[in-house]
Design a binder for this molecule. Structure first.
Ligand SMILES: *Cc1c(COP(=O)(O)O)cnc(C)c1O
Length: 469
């Protein structure tokens, strides 16, 4: 092994010092992390990670929602190695193509809903969403309706971190740094039953609220003017926003409204694609027929970066037959090594029937275990969809009252997870998981046991500090 990367070449403290000296981490308070020191992850297998101190950690977040087939899969490693040896790179700009990019386009058309016959590749989910913006606006120009420029998205959505991705996203703290959103992007409220419990959802069933939340889209279309609206974009289940599973009535009503006003529907499947919800794509779980689908993360199980947009026939036909040259693309659009890994990944998901396993076995099993965790005195709402789960921590189980944000109870819980060998993410006081799709029932039990211990430790903190209502 190369001396520079041998984990034993330096002590953990030395790695942390070098990290703090030179590496600016994404979405990180640089100064705070430099003082605390990063955890250095050195290797991984199946659903487990090991750090530079030799601690074993259960990765309940699949890296960053991406390692769907788990770590250490030989088929993906071999596919990358073979492709690196044969042809490590060639572009698709010069009227050229590589075989992995062609084969993957074919396979994506096969596993996606029938309206999708074409793909445009990018290097990431954010870039894929930039492509969505370019494509829907180009589409409406070609339709002779150039005024249709506005894209409607949702508050607390996550669509990436490029200028367009962050603008489409509804994270106000991101907009606040850098003058976002860019023009022509507007937001509506999210279909978050728990968050709206004292407002729009008060006195309503989940299903009643789902219809109300979808109608916010119609209100916005009418406010902007239907002739100015290009598309609506949404994640089937909001991921980074806190695993917010919408009521079952929400997406069908959104589809009806998009149809009524001839607004394109873009489904951001960066997390929900490739089996996460128990179907190949989240739109199939939610019952929509999107015109465009953004993908990334799970397409390669994160082994190598790749993203893109699946383009439905309606948009593809216009671009192909009447578009002329589309003035957009990335150096790594269709990168052969990334595409080779994606091919191996999708074939493995098929062979191991991971999508069916999530739908029929693991998803319902996780739902049962999370329902049990929902009984915990600190948990006000437990939700799952396929292999995504959320536990909303509350100050009062009886009234559902939330903790004051400044107590940072979610961060306290995450700290206990860190100390107890399980990685969960905290979004405010919402604790979330999205484990690899290769997880077993026994490993779900192990994960939920660790989560329960962390909830107990957080409850003890809350009692000691007098945080409870
Ligand atoms: C992660 C994510 C993105 C951004 O993908 P990157 O590869 O980080 O650019 C976009 N949309 C959703 C729903 C995501 O979860």
């Amino acid at each position: 092994m190369n001396a520079v990367t041998a984990p034993t070449a330096r002590s953990t403290r030395q790695w942390q010092a070098a990290d703090a000296a030179h590496f600016l981490h994404p979405f990180t308070d640089f100064d705070a992390l430099a003082k605390k020191g990063s955890r250095i992850i050195t290797r991984a297998d199946n659903i487990y990670l090991w750090d530079s101190d030799g601690e074993k950690i259960l990765d309940a977040m699949s890296g960053l929602w991406c390692v769907n087939v788990g770590y250490g899969q030989r088929a993906l490693i071999d596919a990358a190695t073979r492709q690196l040896q044969t042809l490590p790179f060639y572009n698709a700009f010069f009227q050229t193509a590589t075989m992995p990019a062609i084969e993957l386009a074919e396979l994506l058309a096969e596993v996606s809903p029938p309206q999708f016959g074409h793909v445009f590749y990018s290097g990431s989910g954010s870039e894929g969403n930039d492509t969505v913006v370019r494509m829907v606006r180009r589409y409406w120009e070609l339709q002779g309706q150039p005024a249709r420029q506005v894209i409607i998205s949702r508050w607390n959505a996550y669509h990436g971190s490029t200028m367009a991705g962050a603008s489409l996203g509804g994270m106000r703290f991101m907009h606040a740094q850098g003058g976002l959103p860019i023009p022509g992007i507007v937001h509506i409220e999210q279909p978050h039953y728990w968050a709206h419990r004292d407002g729009a959802a008060q006195g309503l069933s989940r299903d009643e609220f789902g219809v109300v939340a979808a109608r916010w889209l119609e209100d916005k279309i009418l406010e902007v003017g239907p002739d100015n609206v290009a598309a609506f974009i949404g994640e089937p289940v909001q991921g980074a926003g806190g695993v917010i599973v919408p009521p079952a009535t929400y997406w069908p009503e959104v589809q009806r409204i998009c149809d009524k006003y001839d607004v394109l529907l873009a489904s951001d499947e960066v997390i929900t694609g490739f089996g996460r919800t128990g179907r190949w794509f989240g739109c199939e779980t939610m019952g929509t027929r999107p015109d465009l689908m953004t993908f990334a993360k799970g397409v390669t199980s994160g082994y190598i970066p790749l993203g893109g947009v699946l383009v439905g026939d309606r948009v593809a036909d216009a671009l192909i037959r009447r578009g002329g040259e589309f003035q957009h693309g990335y150096t790594y659009s269709g990168h052969p090594v990334a595409c080779a890994v994606a091919l191996a990944n999708i074939r493995l998901i098929r062979e191991q029937q991971l999508v069916e396993r999530v739908r029929e076995d693991l998803g319902p099993y996780l739902a049962g275990r999370f329902a049990e965790l929902g009984e915990h005195p600190l948990v006000g709402e437990a939700q799952t969809c396929g292999l995504m789960g959320a536990l909303q921590l509350v100050r009062s189980k009886a009234s559902g009252e939330a903790f004051p944000a400044e107590l940072e109870v979610g961060m306290a819980c995450r700290g206990h997870c860190f100390g107890n060998g399980v990685i969960m993410r905290a979004v405010g006081d919402r604790m979330i998981v999205a484990p690899p799709l290769v997880i077993t029932r026994a490993q779900i039990d192990e994960m939920c046991g660790l989560i329960r211990r962390c909830l107990d430790l957080t409850l003890a903190d809350a009692r000691r500090h007098g945080w409870l209502a």
